[in-house]
Ligand binder design. Structure first.
Ligand code: G6P
Length: 362
């Protein structure tokens, strides 16, 4: 439906698509619920996942970052080991495969050439493949054995936002349903937790003034920026850095908090912006330690913590959600901060230089 992809009153598709994120999570809950109201995935797909002794996630760009989160879901909720690979690297650096691999391609467009090349190879070797995509009938969907749809609606802005959230949500559901079916003693009520996530995202997209102010305070004159986190916050840090690079052209790096001291801390100067995520209880104190280290070297640190783990002086506190689901919420302020940083610099937010929405050449 063409009206689906109009900007309406929005100045940019990216802003519209970020605003759609609570609705996307709710839509996914609905699409993946059975008549009894329980989360479910197609039986054949469930069996294919259960039959695998290892999952190989293959993806590029933002979808790769969603895969990093997905690995934790399948390992923690379903007890299945997972490897995550960059599609363009996989072709010439194929790992030793397990006996019964299942390949999972994560791709918003379903058209990325780098990912498709791997799929072609996987099919030549006769291994099963599942594509997680936003586009029904896309090449990677047609050529794989199975498809899980993201139901995010068309994503027009080159910088991916709602598709990332949709990918992480669908991966959570697939892992959860598998874990339950395998009797892994999964205790969380994912459906309810995802509903809480949708509300949490809503709170953040309703805080635009504050996020615009953060962008102004930290990034207006910045030449570079760092995003640090540990555990799942690290996965989100790399996505936050990618968003900022893509649309504002500020050089940015996402880093594991503990790895900073092994080199990158040399780059911290007076006023260097450092965004630190603190949503993971287990490592919240460690990341605060890293913040102290960079602040001592002059960094302008912006701590984004989660309710319950927050401390005085944190610049933003995101609503409390289940510890496994924090990426779905924590990524949103980073998207919006990038958006406003790009606006301040008068960048073309929806069509950044040198980038394409989907790269169909190698
Ligand atoms: C392009 C886009 C990125 C996207 C990547 C993978 O480089 O600019 O935003 O993450 O392709 O796209 P896919 O459609 O496979 O998720």
């Amino acid at each position: 439906d063409a009206s689906d992809i109009e900007k309406g009153t929005y100045p940019h598709y990216m802003l519209k698509e970020m605003d759609e994120q609570p609705g996307v999570v709710r839509k996914i809950i609905q699409e993946y619920s059975n008549e009894a109201g329980e989360l479910t995935i197609d039986d054949q797909i469930l069996e294919a996942i259960k039959a695998a002794d290892r999952l190989y996630i293959i993806a590029a760009g933002t979808s790769y970052h969603a895969g990093l989160v997905g690995k934790q879901y399948f390992e923690k909720l379903a007890g299945i080991p997972v490897e995550v690979h960059i599609s363009s690297e996989f072709g010439y650096n194929m790992p030793l495969l397990s006996e019964k691999p299942l390949f999972i391609f994560i791709t918003q467009s379903g058209e990325t050439a780098d990912s498709r090349q791997v799929l072609v190879k996987v099919k030549e070797l006769n291994y099963p493949a599942l594509t997680i995509t936003n586009v029904p009938g896309s090449t990677l969907s047609r050529e794989a054995d199975y498809t899980l749809l993201l139901h995010a609606g068309p994503e027009i802005a080159v910088a991916s936002t709602k598709a990332y959230v949709a990918q992480v949500a669908v991966l959570a559901i697939a892992a959860y349903v598998t874990g339950k079916s395998l009797g892994k003693g999964v205790v969380l009520d994912l459906k309810q937790e995802l509903a809480i996530v949708a509300n949490g995202i809503q709170t953040i997209v309703d805080s635009k003034d504050e996020l615009e102010q953060i962008a102004e305070d930290y990034l207006k004159i910045a030449r570079n920026a760092f995003f640090i986190g540990r555990n799942l916050d690290f996965c989100v840090s790399v996505e936050g850095a990618l968003k900022l690079k893509e649309i504002s052209y500020i050089q940015a790096e996402g880093f594991a908090g503990g790895e900073l001291k092994h080199g990158t801390i040399a780059l911290i100067e007076e006023g260097t912006p450092v965004f630190a995520l603190a949503t993971q209880e287990q490592v919240a104190l460690n990341i605060r330690g890293n913040v102290k280290e960079v602040v001592a070297r002059g960094a302008n640190a912006c701590i984004i913590s989660m309710e319950g783990l927050n401390e005085e002086g944190d610049r933003l506190v995101i609503p409390k959600v289940h510890t496994l689901l924090t990426p779905l919420v924590a990524v949103v302020p980073l998207q919006l901060i990038s958006y406003y940083a790009a606006l301040h610099r008068r960048c073309d937010v929806d069509k950044p230089r040198n980038l394409a929405k989907s790269v169909t050449v190698e």
